[in-house]
Design a protein around this ligand. Structure first.
Ligand code: SAM
Length: 389
């Protein structure tokens, strides 16, 4: 099956190209057996999570310099060290477990566990919820190598527990949960989906039936008569609602790139935020090499906050990554380094720059803190609702 290819993006090795073709065939079959059209959310689900074939389910290297993108925990262990300051406060108040959603390479789990251990913080288990069997194995290998005596404290889960007590963290998970594409044209609302043509996958808009998606499209798309394409993350909201509902006592931190609704659905953002990551380049074509690239969108944090509140939890705070990390002691960690280690200090400083600079991850990345039965101010979240949701 042919698929679109951008000549600027580096071509994959033959084996990877064959893998992508196999996944493309699988998606094509799904389209044909669904009346020749699937919503974009279905395309994304298959492209990322089709068993054995999807980008996250299969074995390609995704994280770090040899992969497609780099996340905060991969940039520096200082990210995990700041989270540990916050986790420590929560675990000392409510006890219980640490639960990480979508642990990726396992780097955050390793550095957070190490720091909590160094600080002698008491907690029961480090739980990991990972949908990708391949990533589970990578996480297990990394954690077993780093903590051979403690590997029994790590437990992989297939589903969310019914009750959660303790500290929950999800870094860059919500942006890869399949979302729907909605489009306003000539005053009518459409859902954008995927069809098969002789040239490969192509877009096709379907008039939207009345229902939750149409209600949401009407609500978020700004008034006007111009074309407007955007995303609605109903599945990500469902995930936040489920975690928040299960949270018996403690804190859940959702960290991702995104905006509150008034910024997200701005009249000028009329092409949405869909973004694909391939070999450290990003572009807007999700049909390019399915299975070999990540597909994401920014997170609508107002919707995530509302989902948490609808499950009876409290939004304790919403702030930028820079604010959270600095007020969790990042600056002290850097300036407290050994002055004789000039090179590593320098590296640390450039990592810090990436994590907190407004032109890098500092402003675009947000921390949404959802709590239940948790008293007192928390590091990184001193001024609750620091930003308006
Ligand atoms: C972009 S990666 C981020 C990895 C890691 N948290 C980090 O910061 O490096 C997204 C991760 O979320 C996982 N994931 C996607 N959907 C999920 C879900 N519904 N529940 C749990 N994990 C999920 C993916 O398999 C992957 O491990």
């Amino acid at each position: 099956m042919p698929f679109s290819a951008d000549p600027i993006l580096p071509p994959p090795p033959p084996e990877a190209a064959a893998h992508s073709r196999q996944l493309a065939e699988h998606i094509a079959e799904a389209i044909l057996s669904s009346g020749d059209w699937i919503p974009f959310s279905k395309y994304m689900e298959l492209a990322l999570y089709a068993p054995g074939l999807g980008y996250y389910s299969a074995g390609a290297r995704k994280f770090g310099p040899e992969g497609d993108f780099i996340t905060s925990p991969e940039i520096s262990p200082m990210f995990a060290h700041c989270l540990a300051m916050n986790a420590r406060q929560v675990l000392e108040k409510v006890g219980g477990d640490v639960l990480e959603l979508g642990p990726g390479s396992g780097m955050l789990a390793a550095d957070l566990f190490a720091e909590l251990k160094t600080q002698k913080v008491k907690f029961d288990r480090y739980l990991l919820l990972e949908v990708s069997p391949d990533l589970r194995e990578r996480q297990r290998a990394l954690l077993a190598a780093r903590f051979p005596d403690d590997i029994g404290r790590f437990t992989w889960l297939d589903t969310l527990p019914e009750k959660i007590r303790g500290f929950v963290v999800a870094n860059e998970v919500l942006d890869v949960v399949p979302f729907n594409l909605v489009f306003r044209h000539d005053g009518e609302y459409f859902e954008r989906g995927v069809i098969l043509t002789e040239a490969g996958f192509a877009w096709e808009d379907m008039p939207m039936a009345e229902g939750e998606l149409k209600r949401r499209a009407r609500h978020v798309i700004p008034p006007g008569d111009y074309d407007y394409l955007t995303e609605v993350g109903l599945q990500a909201e469902a995930l936040v609602r489920t975690v928040s509902g299960a949270l018996e006592a403690g804190l859940a931190l959702f960290i991702d790139y995104g905006f509150p609704q008034r910024e997200y659905y701005h009249p000028q953002r009329s092409m949405g935020t869909l973004r694909c990551h391939y070999r450290h380049r990003f572009h807007g074509d999700p049909f390019f090499l399915p299975g070999l690239q990540d597909i994401t969108a920014h997170v609508d944090f107002s919707a995530m906050g509302a989902a948490a509140e609808s499950a009876g939890a409290e939004v304790l705070g919403f702030t930028t990554q820079a604010y959270f990390l600095i007020s969790s002691g990042l600056a002290v960690m850097v300036s407290g380094g050994d002055p004789s280690m000039t090179l590593s200090r320098l590296k640390a400083t450039s990592a810090v720059h990436r994590l907190i600079s407004p032109s890098e991850m500092g402003e675009l990345f947000k921390f949404l803190a959802v709590a239940r039965d948790l008293d007192g101010p928390l590091l990184g979240m001193q001024s609750a609702r620091h930003l308006m949701l």
